[in-house]
Write a protein that binds this ligand. Structure first.
Ligand code: G3H
Ligand code: 13P
Ligand code: ZN
Length: 342
């Protein structure tokens, strides 16, 4: 099946009351891990690429790997999504390349660091909605800013500096017509999110619930949602790594989010940890090995295991065969006739 729109996946997830993991990729092995996990668990899936990933893979390598994924896993509804687009131009280039969904992260200026004004965010997001919907492509916006910095992207800070204001969230959706809304509730990108297991003071699930009450039909997105499991940290440190003690977002909090309108859950760090731990293990245990396949295969397997676990925990497992893909040309008509409400 061809790449499908994220809107279709999230609408289906809302009907079924489950969440869909959005996993970041930079290379072939990560794509293979996700697709294998999707096949094993029979899950629809969102594969996402950041600007850094697009640069690393020269864009076209990544795009064609994703086409290969649709050929090799025809039974899996698969979305190719741009993660944290920093400008209208970046989103446009992804749409032109064939991404079926884009995130316009107008919560930050185009430098990807400086928190923007509400007016700026509405302006750039609305422009992207206009050009994306004309092609049937889905748009995710963000209101409020996450903490942390990944690959030069992010506002920095603890994650509590720019928590989403529910009133602004409602206004933002009304003024932009986004399909999905990323919110900031105290999480950060990367491994260092919380210094102890988060409580209501540090992970603001009450704000998420309030936003869902105001916007019951909007697909909410949780970024920075790696759980940073202790066992993945332990493997890295056991084999010569130096991670400081840290806590991620507990899966049960994500599951509470899913009960309250969260349909897309962004996970990158957990997979990075799994890959790095597996590679370190081979390097330390078998220092004589130098064929990249000797460590890339276990790395791929380790990431697959994490992804399959998350697919089951988020509830998307078993839903791959629930629906036939809606072509983007049909999505264009639906947006034009407002059959797909903003
Ligand atoms: O938002 C952050 C994602 O984990 C992607 O990270 O920009 O380092 O590729 P990246
Ligand atoms: P993590 O760093 O928690 O995996 O978050 C990834 C993310 O939000 C990508 O947009
Ligand atoms: Zn993110």
């Amino acid at each position: 099946m061809p790449l499908v729109s994220m809107r279709q996946l999230l609408d289906e997830a809302a009907k079924g009351g489950y969440g869909v993991g959005a996993f970041n990729v930079n290379n072939m092995e990560q794509i293979q891990s996700i697709m294998e996990a999707a096949r094993e668990t029979q899950s629809p899936v969102i594969v996402q690429a950041s600007r850094g990933a697009r640069a690393y893979s020269q864009d076209r390598f990544l795009y064609h790997l994703m086409i290969a994924a649709t050929e090799l896993y025809p039974e899996i509804p698969t979305v190719l999504h741009l993660d944290h687009g920093n400008s209208v131009e970046t989103c446009k280039s992804a749409i032109d390349m064939g991404f079926t969904s884009v995130m316009m992260d107008g919560s930050l200026l185009a430098d990807g660091k400086t928190p923007s004004s509400f007016e700026y965010n509405v302006d750039v997001t609305r422009q992207v909605v206009e050009l994306a919907h004309a092609k049937g492509v889905t748009v995710e916006g963000e209101i409020g800013c996450l903490g942390g910095i990944e690959d030069g992207h992010g506002s920095g800070g603890s994650g509590l500096e720019h928590v989403t204001d529910p009133v602004q969230a409602e206004e933002f959706v009304k003024q932009t017509g986004v399909d999905a809304l990323a919110i900031a509730i105290g999480t950060s990108h990367g491994a260092y999110k919380f210094s102890k297991k988060p409580s209501g003071d540090t992970l603001k699930m009450d704000i998420l619930i309030e936003i869902h009450k105001r916007l019951p039909n909007v697909h909410l997105v949780m970024h920075g949602s790696s759980s940073v499991p202790q066992e993945l940290q332990d493997v890295i440190n056991k084999y010569g790594g130096k991670l400081n003690p840290t806590f991620g977002v507990p899966v049960e909090e994500i599951q509470l989010g899913i009960k309250n309108g969260v349909r897309k859950i962004n996970v990158d760090t957990d997979n990075r940890l799994a890959i790095t731990g597996a590679i370190r293990k081979v390097f330390i245990e078998s220092p004589e090995k130098f064929d990249p396949r000797d460590y890339m295969k276990p790395a791929r397997e380790a990431m697959k295991k994490v992804v399959a676990t998350r697919m089951t925990q988020f509830g998307q497992a078993g839903h791959a065969k629930d629906y036939a893909p809606i072509p983007l040309s049909e999505m264009v008509k639906r947006y034009a006739s407002e059959a797909v409400p903003a």
